[in-house]
Each structure stands twice: as structure tokens, then as C-alpha cells.
Design a protein around this ligand. Sequence first.
Ligand code: GLU
Length: 510
Amino acid sequence: MFIFKSKPPLLRYICVYPKHNLCRTLKTVNPRVRFAPSPTGYLHLGGLRTALYNYLFAKSRGGAFVLRIEDTDQSRKVEGSVDALIQDLEWAGIECDEGPAKGGKYGPYVQSERLHIYQEQIKKLLDNGSAYKCFCTERRLNILRRDAIKSQKIPKYDNRCRNLSQEVIREKMKAGTPYCIRFKLSSDCLFFDDLIFGGIAYDVSINEGDPVLLKSDGYPTYHFANVVDDHLMGVTHVLRGVEWQISTTKHLLIYKAFGWTPPQFGHMPLIVNPDGTKLSKRHSDVRVEDYRNNGIYPLALVNYITLSGGGFDHVPGAGVRLKTMEELAKEFQIDKVSSHPSRLNPDLLEECNRLEIKRQLQDEELTKTIVTKVQKLVTEKYPEENLNISEDHVRNVLNWSTSRLTRIEELASSKFGFLWILPSNTVDVNKEVFEKLINTLEDISMKEFEQNCLKDHLKDFSTKNGIKFPVLMKMMRSALSGLNEGPGVAEMMQLLGKYQSLERIKAVMR
Ligand code: GLU
């Protein structure tokens, strides 16, 4: 951190320097990072990205990943959201080393359980003159705000209580006047090297009055608790969303007032829709829970995030390769995280999920779980039917469907209903032809009851019996699936197996 001698031009941000602190970070070992969500609802894609990149950064360098719950704004707290959050993180494969459920030597990890710590720390700033008591009423602050807006100025506190005499303060305290504690903002233009964006310089006092550190109800504000906790928890790197970048120089001033060495900061860009528009939290798709309920696998989601956010060597034209969590951690490079908005490409999510299904089907244990899942899905979908869901059949279907399926749930859709239940539509078939067909099919050995051989047999049959191949296929498709479209007839027969195929063909003769 350094301070400009003279004020920089009136700009909100000046990003002028390349990332020269990176060399230091690239060599970092055993970093301590944290994910510090507020329990105000569900975990969204943006939050998951922050948690994931912190986790990967820690794991790539033998460091620790800490979960800290920032619940100082009690009015926004949503019951049950901490548990849901921990569950979502675990589902995604992000295990914390320290946190509310896990414990750790820097706890408690929930800010509302650390109020005594903030009370203790604020005394240091009051004693060294960096903070002061402010007795301004809500009414006065509102008037200030209103007047500023009227005269088209930036609404900010006028720092009136900064210079109250000791006597006035004593009197107000004696009278029990409520007060908060504010931080004396200096007009230093602080500079820091953002690990992702490069050099950032900003003079907070241009746009803000002295900020509140401790509210009149004894709760700290986000800024104060965040700085105190990051310091006391030994956090070495703060990786968070770009919306917090504007607050960082304010945090640096607080570190300076305490005489503490600040961590290094890196801010991650916004996540945007494919067309570049802002991702709305209200859009149900961005809730991690919704991805889970929609049949997206955690590793697919995690890979999808990294594909749009960067952080890895990119081999042009190499296509999508699904990486395990260990591979992601090993290959993660903070200097490769992009500072441009991360554009989501939902096609990549689908591709990642397909690859994950394929990966799971190469593992016997995971395959068993999928088989059970399919049996359950199909039974729920067709509770009344006499179903064909033997393990062998489900495995067959799964092997066949890997390149077709994006989600396992699709197997319970009506498109694939023919795989599990007998078709209910009766079709008009040429009984004479079908009689002969049954005989032919019965003669085909189990070994030859396979797509390519079947196709040859059927072609042969159509020629010998003088029935046009497309006509035969139409009748057979209808008998086998009750559908007009779908996979090829021979393919369908291979999937259903000899016994089922014959059963269905015989059924239309009755
Ligand atoms: N509690 C803040 C949030 O909800 C954390 C910001 C930070 O990481 O400093 O995003």
C-alpha cells in the first residue's frame, strides 16, 4: 500500500498499473483465504464462484479455506440459510477447513457471536483517535441526505461529530443519548495491486463521509467486522466479487489505523448472461439448489464456472475436458483469472454434464447409484405399470444413452417411455408379414441381436417378403414403441433385447 503525495484527478478509479505484486503472490505458500457470505438467502452462482476460486487458490498452495458467516445485518438474515449454504458448498465438493460447523482455532466463525471482539477492537481506534462517537439522529442524517440530493451533490455525512469537545461528549453520554462510532476518513488516495484487475487507486473521502464502524445497537458494520475478522483470522488473500472493490481502499485505511498489515486483494468480475446483460438473482436458474434439483452434477457445475471465469491455461480448440476437483486445484493459476465479465454459455453446462455422466458410468460404484436413480425415477413416473427396469436393462440403456443424455432425468421423459413400458397404442399391421417376422426374429441368435446385424436381417426380410423397407420400419416402430419417431428400429430392438422386442411384436397380433 502507498499514498499519493498529491491528490489524483477526480476519478472514481484509476487502473494504471500492471499486476506487479503478482510475483509475490505466485510464490505464496500456505495462504489463508475465506468465503464470507451473508446468510440472506440461497447460494447463487456468483457466491459459488467466489467460494470455488478461494478454495482452489487455497488448495493449489497447501493453504486453508475458511467459511465465515457475516450476519451483522440481522434484519436481512434468513432462517435456515446457513445450513443450506453449507449443504450447497459440500454438494459442490468445496470442503472448508475451518467454519461454523467445522470449528477451528480462530472461531467463532459467525460474526454475531463475535460482538465482544468488535467492542474490544473499537476501543483501540477510539483511543488512538481514528474513530469517534457520533450522536447525530436519524432525522438529521435524513435531512442531510435530502438536501444533498436537492442540490445535486453526493449525499454524505458531514462529519459533524468529529470535533465535539470532551465536555459535550460527556454530557451526551450522561444523558444516555444513543450514539454510533464512526471512522475518521482521511483524504489519502490509497493504492493497491488488485490480483485480478491490476493497480487500483481511490480516495474514498471524495464520495463518502466518515463511515459507521459500530452501530448504536452494538453491532458492527460490514466494513469494520470484515477487517477485524480478516486480520484476527490470519487471512492472507481476499478474493471476492468486484462489487466490493470500491470498499477496499476504505478497508485499507482501517488496517492502517490499527497498524495492521493488510491481506492481498483480488476482485472477481461480474458474471453475466450470454448476451452480456447482468445476471439477475431472481432468475431461478442461478440458485445452486436449482441446478442440483435439475439434474446437474456438482463437478459439471464447477467446471462450467471455471470455463467462463478463467484461471487455467487455455488450449485453443482443445474442446471441453472435465477436470476433477484435484486437477482443478492443481492447475489453477490466479494470474489467469480474467478481469472481463464472465459470460455464461449454458451449452457448456450441458456439455459438462454429459461428460460427467460419461465419467460416472466408467466407475462401477457410481454406475450402481445411477441405476438405482433411474429405477426410482421410472417407478415414480409410471407407478401403475408393469415395468421393465431390471438392472441389466437399465445398464444397457445407460450405455446406449451416454452421448444423447444431458441429464439422467430425461430417461423418465415420455420420449423414452418405450424403454420401460409396453406401448399402449395398437397399430394396424399386416398380420401375415408379422407372423413371418416373428419367426425370423426368433431365429436370430442372441449374439446377432445387435443393431448392425439386426439391420441386415431386417433388410433381408423386406426384400424376401416383398415389403418395402420404410413400410416395415414404420409398422415395427409403432409396435415396439407406440411412437412415430425415436431411435432407429434396430437400435431400439438392441436396447429392448430379444425377449422384450418379440413380446411387443407379438402383442400387436393379439
Ligand atoms: N459478506 C460479504 C458478502 O456477502 C462479503 C464480502 C467480502 O468477501 O468481503 O458478499
